[in-house]
Design a protein around this ligand. Structure first.
Ligand code: ADP
Ligand code: MG
Length: 249
């Protein structure tokens, strides 16, 4: 049993069957990549996992509990954190202020993240945010306006904001999209570091094969809304079915 178990998920948008019979098992503490051509249904699948979309059929279990019927907030509280395709940070605020937001939010009784319940006083919020910035190697940027940073650093901050909630499953939707090569490589190193340092499972949707093969222990290929193959990276590379799915891109 994986920490995330997706069974027979289907999702239709009007006349378009965006997902059909999707099965996916993500092993705890692994890095699992979901790849596939544009329009394959990758983001739709991710949205079904975090409560932004409700599948028409099937089940989604996280750590033995169903996520279906729960709000994105409730699913987040279960221990799933998601990084969006475009960075979602507050550009007018400093890096430090951004980092404090999810920690402050988790302190409030109405928005209590079980994992960071121990953070209570304001000075503890500041200490924890500073420690997170150090963990992210961003301590020197704490006073910078978030908007002034490179795409890679914005992404780094956003990943840090997610990690401050101590998720058990981190979901990333094309985290290196639109990045220069140097930023992409920094993001790869960051994710490797996170994997090494933390007790965490990572599921990553990615178009860039360099990123996929640098990180993934397991790969699911989605094509036209349904899994085509699931295998170890070395078996995906030369798979003719995978090549065919990407032809005509
Ligand atoms: P991917 O992330 O793999 O590129 P998506 O999951 O974004 O693919 O999209 C899969 C298919 O579903 C595409 O044909 C897309 O146009 C369609 N689609 C995605 N979201 C919606 C929506 N909210 N309404 C209608 N069609 C959608
Ligand atoms: Mg997408």
């Amino acid at each position: 049993m994986g920490i995330l178990e997706v069974k027979n998920v289907g999702k239709r948008f009007g006349g378009l069957q965006a997902l059909s019979e999707v099965n996916l098992s993500v092993a705890e503490n692994s890095v699992h990549a979901i790849i596939g051509p544009n329009g394959a249904g990758k983001s739709t699948l991710l949205n079904c996992l975090v409560g932004k979309l409700i599948p028409d059929t099937g089940s989604v279990m996280f750590d033995g509990q169903s996520v279906l019927g729960r709000s994105p907030f409730e699913i987040n509280q279960m221990g799933i954190s998601r990084v969006f395709q475009t960075p979602e940070i507050f550009g007018d605020l400093t890096v430090m202020e951004n980092m404090m937001i999810p920690i402050f939010a988790s302190r409030d009784g109405s928005f209590r993240m079980h994992a960071v319940e121990s953070v209570v006083s304001e000075s503890e919020v500041v200490d924890y945010a500073e420690q997170m910035l150090e963990d992210m190697n961003m301590a020197d940027k704490r006073h910078m306006h978030a908007a002034a940073m490179s795409r890679g650093d914005k992404r780094r901050l956003e990943i840090g904001m997610c990690l401050s909630q101590k998720p058990r499953l981190l979901l990333l939707d094309e985290p290196t999209a639109g990045m220069a090569r140097a930023d992409t490589n920094n993001t790869i190193d960051l994710l490797k570091q996170i994997k090494e340092d933390r007790d965490i499972t990572i599921a990553i949707i990615e178009h860039d094969m360099h990123v996929v093969f640098s990180l993934a222990e397991r790969i699911t290929v989605l094509a036209q809304g349904t899994p085509l193959v699931e295998d170890a990276p070395e078996n995906i590379k030369g798979n003719p079915k995978v090549r065919e799915a990407y032809l005509g891109e």
